[in-house]
Design a binder for this molecule. Sequence first.
Ligand code: ZN
Length: 403
Amino acid sequence: MKASFILITLLFSTFSFAQGLDRLAEVVTRTDKNKPIVDEVLLTDLISSEKFEGKYFKIVSGKSDEAVAFNDSVELTLRAATTYYHLTRARQYFVEKVKSEYAASLPQMVIRIELTNQFSELGHFAHDNLTPQFNNALTIPAGEGLASKGVTPWGMEIWFRPKKRIHLRDIQTNDLGNQEFHVLMTRFRNQIHMQSLTRFLAQLVIAATTSTDTLTKDALIRTAGSSIIMEAGYQFYEPISKFFSRKWYWLDSALVPEIIYHEYAHAALSDHLELSHSTATIEGMADFFAGQIANSPKLAKKIRKYNTFNGKDATKKQEYMLQFEATAYANTDFVFGMLWELKNILGAEKGEAFMFELRKKITTNSSVRVDLIEGILSTCEEVCETPFLDKLRILKALNLRGL
Ligand SMILES: [Zn+2]
């Protein structure tokens, strides 16, 4: 009797592990109207019954190698569950929808939440004292490690930084402290559209927290998407503390679905787009697929609105500027908006397949004006049904954007 019970238990657990374990968990997700809510969802493909470790993702806190336990603090488990859930969705999209063999072949990825260290190509983590990072996320390439310093090799990872709240009162630049969030956004849209929102706010944060310009270019290089993606993430509401404010700014990147999709897209596209640094091309591609995975009509409307028109009263499309090629402007919405528009010209389904093929014709270092356009045209040559006519339509659209 006892033996058969053990046998059944053994068989059952073997069966469960082969299938992957499922578990209900609370995560931050979005309503049909794109509002963030905490909802109970099913986490799939887990290989542990105690912690956030699955076949494809292991969620750890900071520099730890151990997965976050299901019974850890709410602060940690909500972020672990949210990243796990949306990463699983993003992976499913790449494997099932666009049929990425590369995404299907990726080994389990380590996902770090609440990590403030900068990335070091040699040491994995830069020294703790080197400008801690907040309010962003990044995807790092695999590294060989440094045996002499005890640094073991690591695989491709995604890092989500903790949030850091900045009060408007502490933002002294140009009297912005007296402005409400929507006023700040309007100003950002109308006057500083070419910069990424994160850079814009980061500058305010530096002014508020330090007297010297310690946030170097390197620290700004990797952000969590273009300003549209970022804007979706700037929240006035904290799901755990129920804190609500229009006077505080923060980006809780591990709780923002679009940012999680953006980072996974970097990983899934890295078979051709190397994770060396941020450029308009690589960020635009990651944003495009983040937008596709989010598949939200509200977000699509926002993308159309902000990318088709430059400013409230302007009637022309956002035009190309030479500055977009510079790293500092890698997170502008320009390439994202352009790819989104071309997708609609080619038709939603065909356009999506087109953009996935496009990654083979470009590199992270591709310039927008020359290489990206050449890549788009040669992709069309291969996959468009009527290449001559389609290329004309593409060129016309590009022309209207000043390219
Ligand atoms: Zn990015």
